[in-house]
Design a protein around this ligand. Structure first.
Ligand code: SAT
Ligand code: MN
Length: 586
């Protein structure tokens, strides 16, 4: 499929290591995919679902010990430890190659090695980049087909170039003790072994498009961010683009596919999805920030997705989709998960592959069960989805799950202050990674698990981009849909009603809305958030916008502690911003 010497010699080297029984180059043709689906089905790895109700859809179950990203087994293997920084696990690249080399040695001797060339971003886009993943998993091949532009066109785009990310993956024995996800930013390489879970093994996604790409972006003057991208169309037909960073499983897919409330629909507002997880962002010829979504599908959280919460996501899963770790409904050979509807199937198999009775009180789907759905299925996919230059950003939004401290929305006082706001993001942990759920942790720009280099340098990079942008910089905001009352109930309805907040954000960007200055930033006047058709009164909204000075003083202490980690690498501008916040808090 290619004469590229760099590609061919690297593959020879990897073959000598993993010693596959067979090598199959993935060309991306439907004919070849058909065959791989059939093999995968024959092995019992994929279960073909009801062709009438879910055409082209499959169910897959991962091993019980392999259901989420493993941050404690994820390493940045830069030559110098300092370059990985205090927020990443580090392993010396020599040690990593040696240790993993032993695990990879002969691992594919009874298996086929698939060579997957893929492109992150639209083929031919100046923002797109090429990767090649070697894997022994047909599940990976079939997921990469949905999530990336996979096959011959990617190799053609690469031509003779050496600029491609070298990914090596083996399921091996799914041995938890020897599970490693290692990144070698200086070698453009990723080695992943002993997992079969999406975020650990679809190497184009978090490993390349965030960890390796963030490092490339720092060196090349662009940004790889954990952000959705949406277009908000007003009644005049003008579309403004927003990129928003939230930690995993905090509603990026829901926000990206938002359906405006009826009062907005009647006026002609619409939301278009460009991406739901990752944005690659560059300064364009006009001096503004432009973003593409490097992915080609959605790897979304299934539980809670339903026709009310996110009809566009659910409709995206109706064909050509792979479901992972959801309930198998044996009544009609379809799938189910908690929050899909109120009728759990009577005759069903849970995510562990056991006969399941919903009355047992045990969850049938894993909380981090997923769908892999083609972007082209999405009813609200943006007309700019394939655009090679991407879309211009008007606003950048940060957000997380905070029960109390963070108000519904506020705007930063400047780009520099916005970088501060992003750097102090905190959120309750979710099931997207193994470990405790619901614990508040700092997650700067939602990149804590995904920044491929020293986070102090990452903050510096953000500040430098702002200097280059000057007055063309998008405005920066922070949102929190997750404030709770004393009984722990969410106060803000969220989902489609988040449109009301987005409207204020865009109005601010266009100089059309007022704001009040608080110690933490600009907030809307309560009357400037449209509550028409909502069950929330002005006082409740004022509560949601409230800034509790005492809580924020506590917060400032926590920020000092967190910033302490970065030592000399913490940019002075952020120290200044923290001091200014404390001054404003009094
Ligand atoms: O599991 S993934 O890393 O692919 C998704 C996520 O955690 O955001
Ligand atoms: Mn994500």
């Amino acid at each position: 499929m290619t004469n590229n010497k760099h590609v061919l010699s690297w593959i020879e080297e990897m073959k000598a290591l993993v010693k596959p029984a067979n090598v199959v180059w993935i060309d991306g043709s439907e004919e070849q995919l058909k065959q791989i689906r059939a093999e995968s089905e024959a092995k019992g790895e994929m279960i073909k679902l009801n062709e009438e109700k879910l055409p082209g859809c499959y169910l897959h179950r991962t091993a019980i010990n392999d259901v989420a990203r493993v941050e404690h087994r994820t390493f940045i293997c830069s030559r110098k430890q300092e370059d990985a920084g205090p927020t990443n696990n580090w392993m010396d690249p020599k040690e990593a190659y040696e240790k993993l080399g032993k695990l990879f040695d002969g691992v594919m001797k009874d298996r086929t090695m698939y060579v997957i060339p893929y492109c992150m971003g639209p083929i031919g886009s100046p923002l797109a980049k090429i990767g090649i993943e070697l894997t022994d998993s047909t599940y990976v091949v079939l997921n990469m087909d949905i999530m990336t532009r996979m096959g011959k066109p990617a190799l053609d785009m690469l031509g003779d170039s050496n600029d491609f990310v070298r990914g090596l993956h083996s399921k091996a024995d799914i041995d938890e003790e020897n599970r490693y996800i290692c990144h070698f930013p200086e070698d453009n390489a990723i080695w992943s072994i002993n997992s079969g879970y999406g975020g650990n093994v679809l190497l184009g996604k978090k490993c390349f498009a965030l960890r390796i790409a963030s490092y490339q972006g720092k060196n090349e003057g662009w940004m790889a961010e954990h952000m959705l991208i949406l277009g908000l169309e007003n009644p005049k037909g003008e579309v403004k683009y927003i990129a928003a960073a939230f930690p995993s499983a905090c509603g990026k897919t829901n926000l990206a596919m938002l359906i405006p409330p009826e009062v907005y629909q009647k006026k002609g507002y619409k939301v278009w999805t460009v991406g739901d997880d990752i944005a690659w962002i560059r300064i364009g010829a006009d001096g503004r920030l432009w973003a593409i979504n490097p992915e080609n599908g959605f790897f979304g959280v299934a539980p809670g997705t339903n026709m009310k919460s996110n009809p566009n996501a659910l409709l995206s899963t109706k064909k050509g989709t792979i479901f992972t770790n959801v309930v198998h409904n044996l009544e009609d050979n379809t799938v189910w998960w908690e929050g899909l509807d109120k009728n759990p199937p009577k005759n069903a198999i849970n995510w562990k592959g056991e006969k399941w009775d919903s009355a047992s009180g045990e969850k049938g789907a894993h909380p981090n069960s997923r769908f892999t759905a083609p972007a082209k299925n999405c009813p609200c996919i943006s007309s700019e989805f394939e655009s090679k230059q991407g879309v211009p950003l008007s606003a950048i939004v940060f957000g997380g799950r905070r029960a109390k401290t963070a108000p519904l929305v506020y705007q930063s006082l400047s780009w520099q202050h916005g970088v501060f706001v992003g750097s102090i993001m905190a959120s309750e942990t979710t099931a997207a990674a193994t470990g405790a759920v619901g614990v508040v942790r700092r997650d700067p720009m939602a990149m804590l698990p995904f920044c491929g280099y020293h986070m102090g340098d990452y903050f510096k990079h953000w500040l430098e981009i702002g200097e280059k942008l000057g007055d063309k910089a998008p405005k920066i905001f922070n949102v929190n849909w997750f404030r709770t009352d004393d009984e722990g109930h969410f106060i803000w309805p969220g989902y489609g009603d988040n449109m009301r907040v987005l409207e204020w954000i865009i109005n601010r960007c266009e100089g059309k809305a007022d704001a009040v200055e608080t110690p933490i930033g600009y907030e809307p006047k309560a009357e400037d958030i449209n509550l028409e058709g909502l069950d929330i009164n002005l006082d409740t909204l004022k509560g949601l916008l409230g800034v509790d000075v005492n809580l924020w003083k506590e917060e400032a202490k926590g920020i000092h502690e967190f910033y302490g980690k970065f030592g000399d690498k913490l940019p002075a501008a952020l120290k200044t911003e923290l001091a200014n916040l404390e001054k404003r808090l009094g």
